[in-house]
Design a binder for this molecule. Structure first.
Ligand SMILES: Nc1ncnc2c1ncn2[C@@H]1O[C@H](COP(=O)(O)OP(=O)(O)OP(=O)(O)O)[C@@H](O)[C@H]1O
Length: 587
């Protein structure tokens, strides 16, 4: 909790100080209103306010012209009315300030998680379940929003309580001391309960994560599930997880409600005991006794609030721990290397004894070959032989554990990898398609803005982009598809491109990759959904491009590799190079 509080305080900075000032001002105004209760009672019951602070207020009222009880009451009402308005204004500013602080904090948390995800290495990302990330940005963040609110409420309650305790000590020292003593005992019990609440919050968080995993699993396999009538299984699994979520939540709510009930009963009993002792044993005057019991009751409210708030905070804190663990798992704790701004030199991609092995033993070793710029390299091999690992090394998703990869003579390492990725376009066999129009999907290519636009020649740039778009659409055959569609490029493609065929989705993905103007285009079984003739047309178009990128083509069909200048056969993690002639002869 202290860690969370420190992080929140550090984030809040000057804005936090202003908010704290408003919180304090609201508490002070509440306390001043409380002080006026004693003279009110004194005036109503009789004209003697006793001694101490109450008498001082009474004397002050008399001095400002309140000679009679009625005029003193009128002055008190006027002061109270001003205080109520002032307090309402301060609370208005306080609530707005608190809410904006709280949402800014949660927004910053979410952005940190998103950045950690964006900057994480591929090795770390593949180990994580998507549900964990979605859960962190959804339910966990929601819990943190609530925890931040509870932290602020707890600070407000502490300030109010301290102030009210000071007022109570001044007006009714014995009763106030008894109340503070009782609160200390309550605090000791609270510490024990908070540990239990934190454990309950952890179980609740785990149940929510399981729910998210089940939902994403179902969504990812929706088609297969429906086709095989497996919805019932998913639904019943989901239902049992929901029951767990409900159980942990209700258990916590039940315990906090019980806590509130016990607190209310105990404080009422203490108030009755105070009245009995004060009136019977100590012979305290009725107006002073009523005022003191009133003050006691007012003190119990922030105390009860404080106890509830601390419990809610403990219940919500595991979400903060989850996000922190997620960021560590994503590598958020590691120091980012300084990004290089130097483009990689032109020249071949050279692999020298490059290797990458997963802890399970899979991967590739001792890979040696050179890819000349503008050539087409084919990669073939049985399933699980290491093709994807080799491609991930070339794309810079994995760093070689042994040997090296150079581009134009420059070593691919942490300092050059971002520049290299700028030059790479990667198309997977099931590329991601956004639930938007074809045009919007093509715009998501991440290419750098053309230099000409920086010099104000936007029209020229638009013409260039138009020419490139037409060329890319013609190579991929997307032009004839778009012609047939009633809304053309503006046709929506549905969730994950469900309104397109597998081959059409691949055409969109390759077209999008070409618009990136890549230096290296990786087609990782990216044409397998096209029929042989269509695939041949796309590959022919690619090899006839005016500015042909270096192309790496991973394929299972031997026909797909007919245009390759070089073919790598990967078997059990060992890559064997064949020249074009030899490889075509073997195919
Ligand atoms: N993230 C990973 N962690 C552990 N082992 C992995 C990981 N990714 C792949 N492997 C293992 O490494 C080996 C090579 O996998 P890879 O994906 O490179 O093969 P592939 O030739 O691309 O297979 P396919 O044609 O079926 O896609 C396999 O035995 C696989 O189980």
């Amino acid at each position: 909790m202290i860690k969370f509080a420190i992080e929140f305080a550090r984030f809040s900075g000057r804005r936090g100080l202003v908010t704290a000032f408003l919180v304090l001002a609201a508490a002070l105004l509440e306390g001043v209103g409380l002080v006026l209760i004693v003279p009110f009672f004194a005036i109503v019951v009789r004209q003697d306010a006793g001694s101490g602070g109450a008498a001082a207020i009474s004397r002050a009222l008399a001095a400002v012209g309140g000679a009679s009880a009625i005029s003193q009451l009128m002055i008190l009402f006027a002061v109270l009315a001003v205080l109520v308005v002032l307090r309402a204004l301060v609370m208005y500013a306080r609530d707005i300030s608190l809410a904006s602080l709280q949402s800014a904090f949660v927004e910053a948390q979410k952005m940190r998680t998103m950045r950690a995800l964006a900057e994480a290495s591929w090795v770390r990302i593949v180990r994580l379940s998507h549900a964990r990330i979605v859960n962190a940005l959804g339910i966990d963040s929601h819990q943190i929003t609530a925890a931040a609110a509870h932290l602020v409420q707890a600070s407000v309650a502490v300030v109010m309580l301290v102030f009210q305790a000071a007022v109570a000590l001044y007006f009714a020292p014995i009763f106030a001391a008894i109340t503070i003593g009782l609160m200390m005992i309550g605090a000791a019990f609270l510490a024990v309960t908070m540990r239990r609440d934190r454990a309950a919050g952890g179980q609740y968080g785990q149940a929510n994560l399981d729910m998210m995993s089940s939902a994403t699993g179902f969504l990812n396999g929706l088609k297969e599930a429906i086709a095989q009538n497996m919805q019932v299984q998913f639904v019943s699994e989901f239902e049992s997880i929901l029951q767990r979520v409900r159980f942990h939540h209700l258990d916590f709510v039940r315990r906090t409600a019980l806590n509130r009930l016990v607190f209310a009963i105990a404080s009422s009993l203490v108030a009755i005991a105070m009245a009995a002792i004060g009136f019977g044993l100590l012979a305290v005057s009725p107006e002073v006794l009523i005022a003191q019991i009133f003050i006691f009751m007012r003190m119990t409210a922030p105390a009860a609030q404080l106890s509830q708030t601390f419990r809610q905070l403990s219940f919500g804190l595991p979400a903060f721990d989850n996000i922190e663990r997620l960021e560590i798992d994503l590598g958020g704790d590691r120091v980012r290397h300084q990004r290089s701004t130097t483009p990689l030199p032109a020249g071949p991609v050279v692999l020298r004894e490059a290797g990458y092995r997963y802890p399970t033993g899979g991967g590739v070793s001792d890979v040696d070959f050179t890819i000349a710029p503008g050539t087409m390299l084919g990669i073939i091999g049985p399933s699980g032989s290491g093709k994807t690992t080799l491609v991930d090394l070339l794309a810079g998703l994995l760093m070689p554990q042994t040997g090296s990869i150079t581009v134009g003579g420059r070593l691919l390492d942490e300092t050059s990898i971002d520049d290299w990725r700028q030059d790479v376009a990667y198309v997977a066999q099931d590329s991601f398609i956004f639930p938007d129009s074809i045009a919007r999907n093509l715009q998501w290519n991440g290419s750098a803005e053309d230099e000409t636009s920086l010099h104000g020649n936007a029209l020229r740039q638009a013409e260039l982009r138009e020419v490139e778009l037409r060329e890319a659409m013609s190579i991929t055959g997307l032009d004839s598809l778009v012609e047939k569609l009633p809304q053309g490029l503006e046709t929506p493609v549905g969730h994950r491109g469900a309104m397109l065929s597998g081959g059409e989705r691949q055409r969109v993905a390759i077209c999008r990759a070409l618009l990136r103007r890549p230096r290296l285009l990786i087609l990782d079984e990216a044409t397998h959904a096209l029929d042989i003739a269509s695939e041949a047309r796309v590959l022919e178009g690619l090899s006839n491009m005016a500015r042909q990128p270096t192309i790496i083509l991973v394929a299972h069909r031997k026909e797909s590799l007919a245009r390759c200048d070089q073919i790598i056969t990967v078997e059990a993690g060992v890559a064997c190079v064949q020249t074009a002639m030899a490889s075509r002869a073997r195919l």
